[in-house]
Design a protein around this ligand. Sequence first.
Ligand code: PEP
Length: 251
Amino acid sequence: MRKNIVAGNWKMNTTLQEGVALAKAVNEALKGVEPKCDVIIAAPFTHLASINGVIDQNKLGLGAENCADHKSGAYTGEVSASMVASTGATYVILGHSERRQYYGETSATLKEKVGLALANNLTPIFCIGEVLEQRENGTYLEVVKTQIEEALFDLSAEDFSKIILAYEPVWAIGTGKTATDDQAEEMHAFIRDVIAKKYGNEVAENTSILYGGSCKPTNAKALFAKPNVDGGLIGGASLDAESFMGIVTAF
Ligand code: PEP
C-alpha cells in the first residue's frame, strides 16, 4: 500500500545554525509521537550534512530541494545528485514550480534530474501543478498530465514506482489560498488514473501523491481525509516545528 507522507520544503530559508536547530526541534518532537505518516524535511544543500548528524533518519527523512541535471564536471555552482547522496540525504524535490518559473526548468532538464536522482538512490519528490490562468481556462488537468508524461513516462514501471508525486497548484503556493479538498481530490484521482493507464493499477495504487499549497494545521485534516490525497508538501508551515507537527499529526 502507498505511504502517507508529510514533507517540509524549507526553500531558501534559515541559516545553517537556524536550520540545524529547526531539524533538531522536529526530530525531538517526533520522539513523543507515532505518526501515521512518513516525515521528511527538505533543506538547503548547505545544511544537509549537518542536519544528517542531528536527526534519526529512521523517524525523519532528509532531502535536498533540487539537484543538477548533469552528473559532474564544469557546472560552476551546481550540486549533483551524488553530492546530495553523499551528505546522507535520501530524497530530492524536483520540478518545484519556483524552479520551473524562476530558473527555467523544463521537462527535458527534469527528466535528466530524475534519472540522476534515481541512479544515486535518491527518492524524487516530483512536483507538478497548474498556474491560475490554466485553472481558470479549464486546461489544468491536461497541463498536469503533460508535465507527468514528459518528465516521467520514459521510466520503467520499477523506476516510476520509486517516485513520490506532489500536486502543487501554483496559485496556492505561499498565497494563503488553498485548493479545496474537492479540487485536490479531483486532481489526485485524475493523476492516479493517468498513472494507471500507463503503468497499471498496482503501480498507480502504490504511488504516493502529496498535496502542496498553503497547507496548514487547520486545513490538513480535511485534505488528508480525501482518498487520493496521501499527505502534503509543506512550505511556510514547515519552518516552525510546532506548526509542522500540527500537520504531521493531522493523519
Ligand atoms: C511549496 O512551496 O512546496 C509549498 C507548498 O509552499 P506553501 O506551503 O508555503 O504554500
